[in-house]
Design a protein around this ligand. Structure first.
Ligand code: SF4
Ligand code: SF4
Length: 389
């Protein structure tokens, strides 16, 4: 016989509270949040149901709920909640909990969830790259002559490190995502209505949604948040494309570095870095001025923004100082840049950066499983409700 008992997890409620969902107990289930959310459909709408599940400690339902990832934390619901229960923050807290819950190996999820482990996490790339420098004899003095970063930390060492780390991270991500998909498939609150779209079609539609941010754009409460997110996303994508092109350029086409400033790849890199820094600055401004209706910021938010910001800044500084001809500063700025890049890649599955992957997979699943989306006329009705309120 099927076991219909609802299993409540009190520790989960405490964890959600610590991760930013402290206001969830104020919710009295009026459903205003679901009515005003432009991304929620009439079929088992969110975030009202997630609020009651979180109050009851229904961890298993929440960590396998695709709706948690269909929310862009715009804050429309929090702004309109009559009880100040901040559903946007609760949804964010559930996502943060998911990074830790699905982490493989588990201890990495714990390490990325608290600032007390930060020195240890930075120590790993720091020691690794210092050992490389000691090995090639560049620890005490930097190479003479033209500034070429490969003379300081040769590709022979740095590239295998990044390839190995990327492979391990890809494996860990695959484990986490497989579990996430299985959980969604088992507990989908909407029921599964397969057959309307193939996985490939669902993947293409999900990629389109993320690339165009067309759902995020429908949120009313905070347009600045949308702009910052867009700049960060495209800045990162540009830098990712540049890294891939340079990697294959080096090993397949014998590309020589450094690239000239007029080289299209270099131009793309500089545009990407500027977009990344601009997007992070907007996001930090939003959060510090509490204009971010999505609510308070927590460790996961600051860590994510901080790492991206310093990757952009150190990347640009590396180039500027190289052009100025100050070799020691240029080489050590490059060193710091590598440490931040390592941090981003190696800890990607366990930090807020993983939200991109979880969101993509949840959207693919939602489309594949035939979950309904709000009709366009419903969105304009919701906007009217908010303007009347
Ligand atoms: S609007 Fe606020 S009180 Fe009403 S259901 Fe949503 S979170 Fe709860
Ligand atoms: S934060 Fe925005 S997208 Fe998320 S549930 Fe609230 S209104 Fe909907």
């Amino acid at each position: 016989m099927a076991n219909n008992l609802i299993e409540s997890d009190i520790d989960f409620v405490n964890d959600i509270t610590k991760l930013g969902g402290g206001s969830l107990k104020k919710c009295f289930q009026c459903a205003t949040c679901s009515v005003v959310c432009n991304l929620s459909s009439d079929d088992k709408p969110f975030p009202r149901k997630e609020m009651i599940w979180a109050q009851w400690g229904l961890k298993d339902k929440l960590i396998s709920d695709p709706d948690v990832w269909r929310c862009y934390q715009c804050g429309d619901c929090s702004v309109n909640c009559p009880r100040g229960a901040k559903p946007a923050e609760v949804m964010g807290a559930i996502r943060n909990y998911s990074f830790k819950n699905y982490a493989f190996p588990k201890f990495m999820g714990t390490a990325l969830s608290s600032p007390k482990y930060l020195p240890l996490l930075f120590a790993v790339p720091l020691i690794l790259f210092l050992l490389v420098l000691a090995h090639v004899g560049n620890l005490i003095s930097v190479p003479a002559g033209e500034i070429v970063f490969a003379k300081f930390i040769p590709h022979l060492y740095v590239d295998p490190i990044f390839i190995a780390v990327s492979a391990v991270v890809a494996g860990a991500m695959a484990m986490s995502i497989t579990k996430f998909w299985k959980n969604m498939d088992t507990n989908n609150p909407h029921g599964n209505h397969y057959g309307e779209k193939s996985i490939l079609q669902s993947g293409i539609l999900a990629a389109e949604e993320i690339l165009t941010h067309n759902k995020f754009k429908k949120c009313d409460a905070n347009n600045l948040r949308y702009s910052g997110h867009l700049a960060i996303f495209y800045g990162f994508m540009a830098l990712f494309a540049v890294t891939t092109i340079v990697f294959f350029g080096l090993y397949v086409f014998g590309l020589e570095l450094p690239l000239k400033l007029t080289n299209p790849v270099k131009i793309l890199a500089n545009i990407g870095a500027v977009a990344l820094i601009t997007g992070c600055t907007i996001a930090v401004y939003n959060r510090l001025n509490k204009k971010d209706t999505a609510g308070e910021s927590y460790y996961y938010d600051w860590l994510f923004l901080g790492i991206l910001f310093f990757i952009g800044i150190t990347g640009l500084l590396t180039e500027l100082v190289r052009l100025s001809g100050n070799a020691p500063v240029a080489y050590w700025t490059y060193f710091v840049h590598l440490v931040f890049v390592f941090f981003l890649i190696a800890y990607l599955p366990y930090s807020k950066f993983a939200h991109l992957m979880y969101r993509f997979v949840a959207i693919v699943y939602a489309k594949y499983a035939g979950m309904r989306e709000p009709a366009e006329d419903a969105v304009s009705e919701k906007t009217e409700v908010k303007s009347v309120a």
